[in-house]
Design a protein around this ligand. Sequence first.
Ligand SMILES: Nc1nc2c(ncn2[C@@H]2O[C@H](COP(=O)(O)OP(=O)(O)OP(=O)(O)O)[C@@H](O)[C@H]2O)c(=O)[nH]1
Length: 513
Amino acid sequence: MVLAELGGKLRDSLRKLHTRSGRVTTTQLNSVLSDVARALIESDVSVKLVMTLRDNVKQKVERLIEEDDDDNDDDNDNDAKKEQRASNVSKMVQKAVVDELTSLLEPARKPHTMKRGKPNVILFVGLQGAGKTTTIAKYANYYQKRGWKTAMVCADTFRAGAFDQLKQNATKLRVPFYGSYTQADPVAIAEEGVDQFIKEHYEVIIVDTSGRHRQEAGLLEEMQEISAAVDPDNVILVMDATQGQSLYDQALAFSNAVDVGSVVITKLDGHAKGGGALSAVAATESPIVFLGSGEHFDDLEPFNAQSFVSKLLGLGDVRGLMEAMNGAGPDGKTHEELMEKMSKGEFTLRDMYSQFQRVMNMGPLNKVMGMVPGMPEYLVPKGGDDNSNTRLKKFLYMMDSMTDKELDGKVDFSDHDDAPIQSRIRRIAAGSGTHPKEVQMLLQVHKQFEGMVNKMGKSGMMGKQAQAQQQQMVAQMRKNPNFINQRLNQMDPKMLAQMGGREQVKQQMEAMA
Ligand SMILES: Nc1nc2c(ncn2[C@@H]2O[C@H](COP(=O)(O)OP(=O)(O)OP(=O)(O)O)[C@@H](O)[C@H]2O)c(=O)[nH]1
């Protein structure tokens, strides 16, 4: 997603607010808001929406500035105070923009909640090529993995090959499907398929419909007929993010024809600027539920408005990163529990397994890196980093083939030449379909990690003490607005440069506070 550019432009215009007096005139504020509006339009947010957003932000900021001025009506402010006030104003504007964008993405209508043990009929609509069929496979995969009895119906009789595509995906996912090569009436197919799966007690019944190149009347009528026939619990509109400004009209046409309950935005992994997603929500007044970020079945991310806006503005997604890191690992251990163990210098193969799983659950490395604030776009690997993921997966397969004793550090693998150890390595390789040399590599990687954890544990860089220090720092940052600048002044400039420069480190610290 080409989003960071918008963040850069926004930050540049906010700098204009750093006036010498620390006070902001209406002209200055208007000029900044025009910049912000231009940047949003260039990022494909619809013009109408940007205008409303600009007015809302303006009203909010003017009110806040007034309150701030009432509190600080002393004209003889010293420079530090002026600097502080200017910085407050730019934070106010930034916060108002973030809040406005986030609330736009959180419409009053809540997403449909799936009901266990009942049929949930989900109708997918969208233009041809938006990514409907692919998204349906990802959606089925998502629910099936979470234990829902899932099935698919192909009511796309318009595009030759649509049924074959759905069938292929369904077979790969081992999801039952319904469709026909001979029946030309999509309404009849949809009705028959849904009826059959309801009788068979399926819980998530997904219906694929035809797309057209444009929102023609014929297509929209067909949607209405299918919708009337299957009476869906939710209609999901799939939209291609690369369509930019036209998404607003597209979304409006669909939501006028059928009761669109949720939106999925696809192809955000490519060159889409992302702003069109906001337009789609505004037009349908329905929430985005997932984002499509690639062509694989796993490339479907549950949507979170705050994280999306942070990324849209190039502020990074610290929240998403923290949530992903702090969630329980596959062994049920939380990040904190593991850190506590590591602070004692302990790190078994099972712990490494848990860490690798956690990284895998966070998605491919390029997505994880994309969450880091200020991470330059060129450093984020493009087009999926299949190599590193495949490597990690292989390591997991090897550890899956280990015994509890091996995983829990009760077997000493250090002597590779020892015959019983060699036999264990051969057994693990055979069990995981890998080569013994690869198992040795895994053991070597574990040794390195273990050594590192050991050193860090002894140095007190982990565990409760270090955590307490970090919490103290965050508390200071919140209490004293100058704390970050003071800290940065104390840091070695060379080290700052290595960490990406003062501005970048500052942003990261601000995001923590
Ligand atoms: N990069 C990327 N490609 C995607 C994504 N979702 C779908 N695609 C690709 O977009 C193309 C069109 O996807 P389909 O699923 O066939 O489109 P459709 O909306 O079902 O099209 P019709 O059935 O003709 O209406 C395919 O090449 C997909 O692989 C995504 O999130 N990222």
